[in-house]
Design a protein around this ligand. Structure first.
Ligand code: ATP
Ligand code: MG
Length: 632
């Protein structure tokens, strides 16, 4: 058995041999001629000359052995529907969808924008695009018309696929009017719009432009559409980053490298086997949804569970009951979702039989230690925090338990994954940090491994300028995250590089302060931001939502809790890290993907306009933030 150290070392020192081996995890119509081409850095081409297809690897290649095995399970607690599709069924539905898309004039290389709720047809549409070599661009279904319009403008799709409506907390949200509105705002419009009518909302159709999926499906039922064999570096999709920094970027990904990266991650990181069930609670509008709702589990021959609904409806035990019902072996969620669950803790929360579940993976935001320990104690299963980005497509830091099992450390997303040459550099001097426990910016030496961002769509220059810098003649990729490595090589993410606070010359990550504050028993969530201070340069201000509002309702209670919180920070991090103010607020502003918008809070505190944050979940919470910062 190889150790992880040896496995990792080979991936860095002998990348060609290493990745050639991993490439055998997928099917190639024509073998590649070269493992990689790094001739014009930082651009990288993987598996040059090889022909393959994502949809073939996700569906067709499983038909011989498991056509009748479950591939897709759809559960909607919004509409009360549950459906199951075998690999054979999925094959048929995807071909029908592919035939429809082709009939609407889409050709290989064209862009198809998908603006859909979490329904099976969204998955069919993604796979159908991959099948015919069209480049999909999924836009999160929760975005309103202006966010949608800017993405349509940027992607210039030949076709848009949407639905009559989504549903959230039992409320129907009509999509079609939002889409029509967005189409009014853009300068170039697609010739065709395909609408999946779920029967939830009235859907006026525009003649010659709007087409009905239901009637076209009848027409193309039983169609056969062969997979287009694509050169490995042909783009498979573009996807916008979450927009936490207020600046979404259209990440473009390849075909062959992504297929290999996902197949390898399913084996080495997620330890999934054919016939098992994978449940990712994200949305298809995010990278986690692309990689681990749709493509990854299917490539591994697993069933994937697609869930439409809230984690708390009909009650917070719903996800665990689905684990029991569908014998989920691997689950992937986010710290935000777990924190929501923790707020609803009661005896019946974990009543379901969770014996099928092996581990829970969490990503997207820092997993604070109290939340990590809570869920670990409740499930008594390994909790695997993993760190990555839309840009990387799969985990940069995690544990490769499929290679050699390692213990999780609370607060840490683990070790560098194979292929990622991760280092820390001093943000002031640019020097590499080689000693343990010293903070720096997390960077990755180029080239990036397979599966990562190829470029920013239609903007190679922005790609190079945004992410890459040259250090001693070599290209390095910046993650813009700030971290530290311990003696055992485990990394800890301390926050975004621009969330670092400089208090009287001391550099502190907001994450460290947040982590400490979240240890207080009444703290539900906390955001710490650095704000300008005439004396110290910057000071930290903590915005907190509490579990028990009554404890801070009266000014006396509030000041006792503030005192306790400040004491905690002082004991753990020292007086320098003590927030200058602690403010209790009803809610914190978050992106639609559940990430804290620290920048918006900072802007409000400093009296600046938070700007047009189109990615925000609920703009009304900004008002309460503005009120809370008025000095009392
Ligand atoms: P944008 O780039 O548009 O501002 P974003 O960075 O939030 O948005 P994503 O690609 O969805 O877009 O998020 C990646 C970021 O999320 C990482 O760079 C990191 O800051 C954070 N992150 C993800 N997973 C973890 C984790 N396990 N621990 C700590 N932070 C994480
Ligand atoms: Mg980012």
């Amino acid at each position: 058995m190889t150790t992880y150290t040896e496995f990792y070392r080979r991936s860095i020192d002998e990348p060609d041999d290493f990745w050639a081996e991993q490439a055998s995890l997928i099917d190639w119509e024509k073998p590649f001629e070269r493992v990689r081409d790094y001739g014009s850095p930082p651009f990288t081409r993987w598996f040059v000359g090889g022909l393959t297809n994502l949809c073939h690897n996700a569906i067709d290649r499983h038909l011989a052995n498991r056509a009748d095995q479950t591939a897709l399970i759809w559960v909607s607690t919004e509409t009360g529907q549950e459906e199951t599709y075998s690999f054979g069924d999925l094959h048929a539905e995807v071909q029908t969808m592919a035939a429809i898309i082709l009939s609407l004039g889409v050709k290989r290389g064209d862009r198809v924008l998908i603006y859909m709720p979490m329904i099976p047809q969204a998955v069919f549409a993604m796979l159908a695009c991959a099948r015919i070599g069209a480049v999909h661009s999924v836009v999160f279904g929760g975005f309103a018309s202006s966010s949608l319009a800017s993405r349509i403008e940027d992607a210039r799709p030949t076709l848009i696929i949407s639905a009559d409506a989504g549903c959230r907390a039992g409320k129907v949200i009509p999509y079609k009017p939002l889409l029509d509105e967005a189409l009014e705002l853009v300068s170039t419009r697609p010739a065709k719009v395909l609408i999946v009518d779920r029967g939830l909302a009235p859907t006026p159709m525009r003649a010659h432009r709007d087409e009905s999926y239901i009637s076209l499906r009848q027409e193309f039922l039983g169609a056969t559409v062969a997979c287009e064999w694509l050169e490995s570096s042909s783009p498979s999709y573009t996807l916008y980053t979450s927009g936490t920094t207020g600046n979404p970027k259209a990440v473009q990904r390849d075909t062959g490298g992504y297929s290999v990266a996902l197949a390898a991650s399913m084996k080495h990181i997620f330890c999934g086997s054919p016939g098992e069930t994978f449940f990712t609670t994200s949305d298809i509008g995010w990278v986690v949804g692309h990689s681990y709702i749709v493509y990854g589990p299917l490539i591994a021959g697993m069933a994937t569970l697609l869930y439409e609904g809230l984690p708390t409806r009909p009650d917070p035990g719903i996800w665990w009951r689905l684990v029991e019902k569908y014998k989920v072996t691997t689950m992937f969620s986010s710290p935000t979702a777990i924190r929501v669950m923790k707020q609803h803790e009661n005896e019946s929360l974990f009543e379901a039989d969770l014996s099928s579940l092996r581990s829970l993976y969490l990503a997207g935001e820092p997993l604070d230690v109290p939340t990590g320990k809570w869920i670990n104690g409740a499930l008594r299963k390994p909790i695997i925090d993993n760190y990555w980005q839309t840009e990387s497509g799969w985990p940069i830091l995690a544990l490769a338990n499929g290679v050699e099992s390692a213990d999780s450390k609370f607060g840490s997303p683990g070790l560098p994954m194979y292929g990622f040459s991760v280092r820390l550099i001093d943000d002031q001097t640019g020097e590499e940090i080689t000693v343990a426990n010293r903070k720096g910016i997390l960077i990755i030496d180029g080239p990036l491994p397979p599966g990562c961002i190829q470029t920013i769509a239609n903007d190679d220059e922005r790609f190079v300028k945004t992410y890459w810098s040259k250090v001693r003649g070599r290209y390095v990729y910046s993650t813009f995250d700030w971290g530290v490595r311990d003696e055992d090589g485990y990394y800890f993410i301390l926050g975004r590089a621009d969330d670092v606070i400089n208090v009287a010359g001391h550099r502190l990550g907001t994450r460290e302060i947040e982590e400490t504050i979240s240890g207080h028993p009444n703290v539900a969530e906390v955001a710490v931001v650095g704000v300008a201070d005439p004396l110290k340069g910057q000071v930290a201000v903590a915005f907190i939502t509490v579990k028990d509002r009554s404890a801070v309702a009266a000014s006396e209670g509030a000041s006792t809790q503030k005192h306790e919180i400040l004491k905690l920070v002082e004991l753990r991090l020292g007086a320098i890290a003590r927030p200058a103010r602690v403010l209790f607020v009803p809610a914190l502003p978050k992106t639609r993907s559940g990430k804290l918008l620290r920048r918006a809070i900072q802007a409000i505190y400093e009296g600046r306009e938070p700007g047009n944050i189109t990615t925000i979940e609920d703009p009304s919470v900004l008002g309460a933030i503005a009120e809370s910062v008025i000095p009392t």
